[in-house]
Write a protein that binds this ligand. Structure first.
Ligand code: HAM
Length: 426
């Protein structure tokens, strides 16, 4: 086949079977979040570029290398959202939702776009299930959100899961920490990768996020942010841990979790799933109390997380966690000749109105090909309509598994008869 266009690299087609799993997953996530008081929000996929530059951070990999940014026809720079948080906060402020009762709890399922090197679990278009809580500065809010993430993952029965938490403090803590980092790396700055050399000047904490072997080696004994927390940030983090303890949520404190986006403060966390030695981050989030002011809003404490839908589906598939099977077509109504096509179509519509998944011959197939098709799509029942059936208002309903046939009425009792007959087949 010589298609004139192909799927764009790093983007995926979601075929019907997987789409059903996706829908089930989304439903479970939303149901759990609703129990915790979250309401759905949708925001545009395109935002003004500046929003991400200012929030995700000019020096982050996302903004520096990965954004899909282009000029629209009005010569304005716009960007396909690389993540959900910034757009949600913009929408909250622009629509004055921050003036309503607090806390405000919002959930969303958003496509995100990052021009990363495509590999397993890393796509250029991916979807996040995200939750954001606004106006709740208390550490209970951090714990509540983590509990919710845990209960979603528990409900999905995902195994080999670990929760890693850290606090990256506030601006003041990070100022002192940056000095300590600069001091630590001053003698081996040249041995760091080029990007980390830049990070050392602008955001030294980010060096801990580097995947280059040489940087990992040099950072091994680097200062730990937890030792630079101010009293307030330390108290906040201790309280988060104590709430998690009360809820019996298992976690590890990992001071190397710094997250790849600049807006975080205080608590950050990740849920990581280990699969055959590979570590897959399926959920990441944290507090971002300062972001509202950065993008021109009032003081608005906030915390949230994003779960990668594709990653969760991959983990579930690899852990052989069964999803509900897609609904199979229940009945195929075949027409024996051209004249009966109308009646078959009419009966099919009657069935659909009663929520029975029904199909009829919408191709120009003869009876033999229709039966072949019905076999291929694995229908439970076939009903053949011909002249005689139309005249007698009765037709044989065939149970495809057993081959057994039972006569049912095509008149007023059509649906009633079908449902009763199904029962008899059982
Ligand atoms: P993030 O860690 O960049 O955080 O992304 C959240 C999740 O999205 C990741 O844990 C991962 O499961 C998934 N993900 C990220 N990049 C990709 C990719 N290229 N392909 C497939 N899945 C991916 C955020 O985006 C924050 N907005 C989360 C947040 C919400 N923080 C506070 N509120």
């Amino acid at each position: 086949m010589n298609l004139i266009a192909k799927r764009i690299r790093g983007m995926q087609d979601l075929l019907p079977e997987k789409s059903k799993n996706w829908e089930t997953l989304e439903k479970i996530m939303k149901e759990e979040a609703e129990i915790y008081g979250f309401k759905l929000i949708r925001t545009p996929v395109l935002e003004q570029t500046e929003l991400f530059e200012r929030s995700v951070g000019g020096e982050s990999d996302i903004v520096e290398k990965e954004m899909y940014t282009f000029k629209d026809k009005g010569d304005r720079s716009v960007t396909l959202r690389p993540e959900g948080t910034a757009g949600i906060l913009r929408a909250v402020l622009e629509n004055g939702l921050n003036n309503g009762p607090m806390p405000l709890k919002l959930m969303y399922v958003s496509s995100c776009y990052r021009y990363e090197k495509p590999q397993s679990g890393r796509y250029r278009e991916f979807f996040q299930f995200g939750l954001e809580v606004f106006g709740a500065p208390s550490s209970v809010s951090d714990a509540e959100l983590i509990c919710l993430a845990q209960s979603i993952l528990d409900r999905l029965t995902i195994k080999n899961l670990s929760l890693e938490i850290n606090s990256i403090g506030c601006k003041e803590c990070r100022k002192k920490y940056s000095e300590a980092m600069i001091n630590y790396f001053k003698d081996n700055k040249e041995s760091l990768c080029e990007t980390c050399q830049k990070r050392l000047e602008k955001n030294p904490m980010r060096i801990l996020d580097c995947k280059e072997k040489k940087c990992i080696k040099i950072s091994k004994d680097a200062p730990v942010i937890l030792n630079y927390l101010c009293d307030e940030c330390e108290d906040h983090f201790n309280k988060v841990k104590s709430y998690l303890d009360v809820m019996n949520i298992k976690y590890t404190v990992n001071p190397k979790i710094v997250r790849g986006l600049d807006y975080y403060s205080k608590t950050v966390f990740e849920f990581i799933c280990e699969l055959d030695g590979e570590k897959i981050t399926i959920c990441g989030g944290g507090r971002y109390d300062g972001l509202s002011k950065i993008i021109g809003g009032p003081d608005l404490p906030a915390i949230g997380f994003g779960m990668g839908i594709e990653r969760i589906l991959t983990v579930m598939e690899r852990q052989e966690i069964e999803f509900q099977k897609p609904e199979a077509t229940q009945i195929f109504i075949a027409n024996a000749d051209e004249k009966s096509k109308k009646k078959a179509f009419e009966l099919c519509e009657i069935m659909r109105k009663s929520s029975i998944i029904a199909e009829c011959n919408i191709c120009e197939r003869n009876l033999k090909s229709q039966m072949k098709y019905a076999n291929k799509i694995n229908v439970q029942f076939v009903l053949i309509i011909g002249e005689e059936e139309i005249q007698t208002k009765k037709a044989n309903l065939k149970d495809m598994a057993s081959g057994k046939e039972i006569k049912i009425s095509l008149g007023e009792d059509f649906i009633k008869d079908f449902l009763n007959t199904q029962f008899n087949f059982d």
